[in-house]
Design a binder for this molecule. Structure first.
Ligand SMILES: Cc1ncc(C[n+]2csc(CCOP(=O)(O)OP(=O)(O)O)c2C)c(N)n1
Ligand SMILES: [Mg+2]
Length: 784
């Protein structure tokens, strides 16, 4: 192992850094004349200068030094770049490594290739300005800042040989998710998992301001990070040679510490919390770029953040400064006649598969091992006839998930991330075979904590989401159970994730990864002890906005449907699957065979509940477990009170079946839609979420104005389960009265019945205020 720091190797490393810096700046400015073989002219400059220079030199420095480390240690290294707006830097490095031309033959290491590399950046039809999916070696765009360490730690789980280096911007470090994610070190097990090496890049500035950490003294930073459990090493300076030496040594130190901690832990069974190394890199923002522009300092200030020299085409002085800046890297020394980087420049690049851009983990689909799923029918609840029994859907699902953990134990490729709610959501059966990830001290009163636990319970939805994303993107499987209302905390994260997956789908070399699966339980309708703050079905809207190639939404009405849906979701790739299912004891409607068929159809007529013999007066439709119960109770009331009233019951388990086929692949064509909802009958639709969601979805279906949707309208408090549906006007009495009002044929008979139902609602209020629970006829109601 050659770890010697010779002058020649330092020279080579510096040449590589110059080349990467040159190519980074070149991507921002040059549409042609890529290696400045001609005098620089305005027509060589891109008409729109779009990109971020400020982050780039620091990223190039880190990349170059990681290359050197890999070359000397043969370490498997993946890189997550927090300041992903430094996209030109990462593209430059991936090109210098030769990975770019492996993936894109037209980006070869030649004049044509380098021209295209520069021109395509931030160019219509080219590539985005960030570390986006087209950039090989990346699982992280860094567009929306804050998730770098989470993606890095998620990638490191169960990858015992992997080191995930992670650059964190000092601006990014101010975001909530990043600030919380320093705690990754509480969950990565040095005995079994890989390592994360955080490199906090203190270039001192964000877009227009200094950063909090950037203005802190080393002493204060050391206390902060030591308090978080790290060993800290500082590398700082503005003279390249000493900085190269210091960073070289710091990386050798960090690598040595990582190996020492792992060896120590790997001698024992369990593994404990470890003092992982962390590097603080303090260098100038926009280092090596223009120092002064129009009388203002640029290098080392926030002014270097984007394009340090604007207006280059029209301002000859700026053009001259750009020429001087680009030539300061001496491109003629770095690239040969044919445009190929000279051997000394790429002498520090590691061997083929060890190149950072070639990391298979960054194209997780190539490593994906199919998840073993036990036969979900084995976990069925026995439903002799609809409504005969009650069950807690998520508790039953817990038994299936337990066996998923068991079946994939040796592949160690399935994990759950959950904000402290696995038990609260009644998934406790999983703890029969695994524990809650915990590397710290364990006390006798604790419940199922274990350093090898595969259920990470940290009370941050951001952390759960980010860790799971990192885990999935590196080719593994997982599930995120959450309270429904608080899933909205990660609304923006899933937005970014869905964009990432959508963009990956357009690149044939990026292989599909396992879907991101949410299980939202403790949902809006049953917040018996939590009330208004915990009622929020808005995550449905969040997922609905995603591309139809990614978004899937399921609301299984009972346990057997939940089993079928979850089994399906765990077998899919490249989707964001949202599953919403309650945890409370609820009536069970379908036996397993019926459930399987119903879920495969996505929506179907429940003939056993209908009495329409083909021509209903009204369609009673429902989506969600509580709306299904209320709809069936309404139908039951009307069949008792008005036997001639013809109703058809439709249940929707796959929400996107409501759309037309042109809007979503799960959408129904007109004929299939009409086969359920008819072409003209009024439809009373009881929906789990906000009513306007259904109206939006059916817009392209036949006669959408006949749909009358009841759902959650932001009413509620700490009250009884039935009072929740009453408050939101989705109770059985509301649904029954609405059905009567919408059918002209019934007008003469309807008045009295509607009045009776209204009286029931008044009686309900009086009863719950006095007794504190629902009326017996509601509580004890059963489908017969
Ligand atoms: C969550 C989020 N908020 C705001 C922005 C806008 N933004 C883009 S870059 C940037 C500054 C980042 O500074 P830093 O992390 O220090 O990176 P540097 O460019 O200095 O390397 C900001 C605020 C963003 N991308 N993401
Ligand atoms: Mg910064």
């Amino acid at each position: 192992m050659a770890t010697s720091m010779t002058d020649t190797r330092l020279d080579n490393l510096h040449a590589y850094w110059r080349a990467a810096n040159y190519l980074s700046a070149g991507q921002i400015y040059l549409r042609t004349n890529p290696l400045l073989r001609e005098p620089l002219k305005p027509e060589h400059i891109k008409p729109r200068l779009l990109g971020h220079w400020g982050a780039s030199p620091g990223l190039n420095l880190v990349y170059a030094h990681l290359d050197r480390l890999i070359q000397d240690t043969d370490a498997q290294v993946m890189l997550v770049v927090g300041p992903g707006h430094g996209g030109p830097a990462i593209r430059a490095n991936v090109w210098l490594e030769g990975v770019m031309s492996d993936v894109y033959p037209d980006l070869g290491q030649d004049l044509k290739g380098v021209h295209k590399l520069l021109r395509d950046f931030s160019w219509p039809g080219g590539v985005p300005s960030h570390v986006s999916p087209p950039t090989p070696g990346s699982i992280h765009e860094g567009g929306e800042l804050g998730y770098a360490l989470l993606h890095a730690a998620g990638a490191a789980f169960d990858n015992s040989d992997l080191i995930v280096a992670c650059v964190v911007g000092d601006g990014e470090a101010e975001t909530g998710p990043l600030a919380a994610s320093w705690h990754w070190n509480r969950f990565l097990n040095p005995a079994l998992d890989g390592a994360v090496l955080p490199i906090l890049h203190l270039n001192g500035y964000k877009i227009a301001n200094p950063t909090i950490f950037g203005r802190d003294t080393d002493e204060r930073l050391r206390k902060f990070f030591e308090g978080c459990g790290y060993q800290v090493r500082f590398v700082e300076g503005d003279d390249p040679r000493p900085v190269h030496r210091a960073l070289w040594e710091a990386l050798d130190w960090a690598h040595g510490e990582i190996r020492r901690l792992q060896e120590r832990a790997r001698g024992s069974e369990a593994g404990t919390e470890s003092e992982w190394p962390l590097i603080v890199l303090r260098t100038l923002k926009g280092w090596t770029g223009p120092k002064m522009v129009d009388g203002q300092q640029v290098e080392g200030t926030f002014r270097a953040h984007q394009v340090p020299l604007a207006d280059v085409v029209d301002n000859p002085e700026h053009l001259r400064m750009l020429d001087e800046w680009l030539r300061s890297y001496r491109p003629e020394e770095l690239f040969d006649e044919g445009g190929r980087p000279r051997p000394a420049v790429v002498a520090i690049v590691p061997k083929a598969a060890r190149r950072i851009g070639a990391s298979p983990h960054a194209n997780g689909g190539t490593l994906l091992v199919e998840l073993e799923r036990p036969d979900f029918a084995h976990y069925a609840v026995d439903v002799a006839r609809p409504g005969a029994i009650t069950a807690e859907a998520t508790r039953e699902l817990g038994k299936y998930l337990r066996d998923v953990f068991k079946a994939n134990e040796s592949a160690h490729n399935f994990r759950m991330f959950c904000p402290d709610e696995a038990a609260s959501n009644r998934l406790d059966h999983v703890f029969e075979v695994t524990g809650r990830t915990w590397l710290g001290p364990i006390e006798a009163t604790d419940d199922h904590l274990s350093p090898t636990g595969r259920v990470t319970e940290v009370l941050s939805e951001h952390l759960c989401e980010g860790l799971l994303e990192g885990y999935l993107l590196t080719g593994r499987h997982g599930l995120f159970p959450s309270y429904e209302a608080f899933a909205l905390i990660v609304d923006s994260m899933v937005n970014q994730y869905a964009k990432w997956i959508s963009a990956c789908q357009e690149l044939s070399w990026r292989k599909p990864v396992a879907s991101l699966n949410y299980l939202l339980s403790s949902h809006a309708w049953r917040q018996d002890h939590n009330g208004f703050s915990h009622q929020g079905p808005g995550f449905i809207e969040s997922i609905l906005q995603k591309r139809s190639s990614v978004a899937r939404i399921y609301l299984p009405p009972d346990t057997n449907c939940l089993l079928s849906v979850m089994d399906h979701c765990l077998g899919t790739k490249d989707y964001v699957n949202l599953v919403i299912a309650g945890k409370q004891p609820m009536p069970q409607w379908l036996g397993m065979n019926a459930a399987r068929r119903h879920c495969a159809d996505g929506a179907s007529v429940w003939a056993w509940a209908s009495n329409d013999s083909g021509e209903p007066d009204v369609v009673m439709a429902c989506c969600g477990d509580v709306p299904t119960q209320e709809t069936l109770a309404a139908v039951w009331l009307l069949r008792r009170d008005l036997p001639g009233f013809k109703m058809r019951v439709v249940n929707v388990v796959d929400l996107l079946t409501l759309t037309s086929q042109r809007d979503h692949p799960h959408g129904f064509d007109e004929a299939s839609f009409a086969a359920l909802y008819t072409r003209s009958a009024p439809v009373i639709f009881a929906f789990h979420g906000h009513p306007r969601v259904v109206h939006e979805l059916i817009y392209h279906q036949p006669d959408p104005t006949r749909f009358h949707v009841r759902g959650y309208v932001e009413e509620g408090t700490t009250t009884t389960p039935f009072d929740m549906v009453v408050s939101n006007q989705m109770s059985r009495y509301h649904l029954a009265a609405e059905a009567l009002r919408r059918v002209g044929r019934m007008r003469s008979l309807a008045g009295d019945l509607i009045h009776q139902y209204e009286q029931k609602l008044a009686a309900h209020k009086a009863y719950i205020y006095e007794h504190g629970e629902d009326m017996p006829e509601v509580r004890d109601w059963k489908w017969t």
